[in-house]
Design a protein around this ligand. Structure first.
Ligand SMILES: [Zn+2]
Length: 138
């Protein structure tokens, strides 16, 4: 079973170290799913899995090098270089959603301010629209 989960996945363990948008911390997703299903389970970051899927059967068209950006509750990134997913030393190799893009911007679920996903995710876009509506703008 292949599973994508948001947040930082500990390489090799399938444990979600932290997923700030859904409140998971040290969540043993692989072990739980293996115990429930009796199947072998592979867990990686959801944007990494999206990049693999797009590269396999989608817009990536099986190229050796690509970047996938996922927009939803947050902003995720998946990098494939030389045909391999880049997870980085601690599973955060393509976590682009928490790059600071606005100094003193809106608060992010990660605890910092002005992260990319506070302005470019669906959640961030809705927040900005609500702020504009509250100011009386159309
Ligand atoms: Zn953040």
């Amino acid at each position: 079973m292949g599973v994508g989960a948001p947040g930082f996945i500990e390489p090799g363990t399938g444990k979600v170290a932290i997923a700030v948008n859904i409140g998971w911390k040290d969540f043993a997703l692989k072990d739980i799913l293996r115990d429930l299903s009796g199947l072998q389970v592979y867990v990686d970051n959801d944007a990494n899995i999206a990049a693999l899927g797009e590269n396999w059967k989608g817009a990536g068209n099986q190229v050796n090098n690509m970047l996938a950006v996922t927009l939803g509750t947050g902003v995720g990134g998946g990098i494939i270089a030389n045909g391999q997913v880049i997870s980085g030393a601690n599973g955060t190799g393509a976590e682009i959603g928490h790059i600071t893009v606005e100094k003193n911007g809106a608060s992010c679920n990660c605890g910092r301010k002005g992260c990319l996903e506070t302005v470019a995710s669906a959640t961030g876009i809705v927040r900005q629209a609500e702020e504009l509506l509250a100011e009386g703008k159309a």
